[in-house]
Design a binder for this molecule. Structure first.
Ligand SMILES: [Zn+2]
Length: 351
């Protein structure tokens, strides 16, 4: 068997040729210390830290890093600070390599060694890409699913978040106040992204092409409004039509919320009407933002409304959220509050 030095150098050379930069994680994967599926799991947040699944003694890891450093300096590679983050519905989260997260060691593991042949502009681009938070991705699903938090059905064509392989509806992920802007108008998309304090990319899996394809973005409604206004001022006829469409959507929304509120009050006559309306507002926005929701019929579905009311009770009338915030698992927190939820739901059902 080849020496550790030969293996690290050969791996580094091959990786450099392929992608013009090398980092420790790639080396460890290439020499077989960690399986690519585990690297993937780590990037998705399923592992607490990278070395959780690397069964190599520390001495050997340090040795490999020393070989890599020496090789990089012998070959005139440039060291740049790499970043390992994953996006969650709450924002970007740094990925850890080691259990104790020693800052010096973590930094060393993050370093990207860049080929000296690469033009400076390309290196700068690579660095910028490393610094930027990856944009979160929301899935427009092609199969019915269910929110693991509130239990609401997420129908084919609706949007969902994947959080550590758990599906979350937009409301539970805290993204229900966002609006779906379909791809198509480049200027509008660019402006809306710029004016929105946060945004996500919406993708859908294409069976025929075997890959995820971008459908649009999820941004703040006010950002779309501002972008639409500016595009209208640019006097594009197409943009004008779009602005009109937004108005129509707003009217449709208002009508839907009204209908939902009265349905909720039918089912829960003792629910305060202010609260029924708030639940309707949330539910109307749940799932897919405003576009693509095949609207009224489905959202007025009795089971969906009951689930929505129960979810609202859980969030507003129990300690559920603070339990989650203090680190309790969702399942345990749900079990702890279910009696309270049942009781209040029953009370609201009384005439
Ligand atoms: Zn949910």
């Amino acid at each position: 068997m080849a020496s550790l030095e030969d293996r690290v150098k050969a791996a580094a050379q091959a990786i450099l040729q392929q992608q013009h930069f090398v980092c420790a994680a790639d080396i460890f994967s290439a020499i077989g210390w960690i399986h690519p599926t585990n690297v993937d799991a780590w990037r998705k947040g399923h592992l607490r830290y990278f070395f959780e699944v690397v069964s190599v003694r520390w001495g050997t890891v340090v040795q490999a890093l020393e070989i890599l450093l020496q090789w990089a300096s012998d070959n005139g590679l440039r060291a740049t600070e790499g970043r390992y983050v994953r996006t969650t519905y709450k924002g970007a989260e740094e990925l850890k390599f080691t259990a104790d997260g020693d800052p010096e060691f973590e930094r060393m593991l993050r370093v990207h060694f860049v080929s000296p042949d690469l033009p400076t502009a390309t290196v700068r681009k690579l660095e910028e890409k490393q610094k930027a938070d990856p944009r979160p991705v929301v899935f427009e699903i092609i199969r019915d699913s269910k929110c693991s938090e509130c239990g609401i059905e997420i129908d084919k064509g609706d949007l969902l978040w994947m959080e550590k392989d758990q599906a979350l509806c937009l409301a539970c992920a805290g993204w229900s106040d966002m609006e779906y802007l379909p791809s198509g108008d480049v200027a509008l998309t660019r402006r809306a992204t710029k004016y929105s304090t946060r945004s996500a990319v919406i993708v859908r899996f294409s069976r025929s092409r075997g890959r995820y394809e971008r459908q649009g973005i999820l941004v703040e409604p006010s950002a779309i409004e501002r972008a639409e206004r500016e595009c209208t001022e640019d006097a594009s006829e197409r943009a004008k039509a779009r602005a009109k469409g937004a108005l129509t959507r707003k009217k449709d929304d208002a009508r839907l919320i009204e209908q939902m509120t009265s349905r909720i009050l039918d089912l829960f006559p003792s629910c305060p009407s202010k609260e029924a309306e708030a639940i309707a507002v949330h539910t109307a926005e749940r799932g897919s933002g405003r576009v693509g929701r095949s609207a009224a019929g489905r959202s007025l579905d009795e089971d969906a409304l009951i689930l929505a009311v129960r979810a609202s009770i859980r969030h507003r009338h129990t300690a559920y959220d603070s339990m989650l915030a203090s680190g309790l698992e969702r399942e345990d927190a749900r079990a702890a509050v279910i009696a309270t939820v049942d009781a209040l739901a029953k009370e609201w059902q009384r005439k």
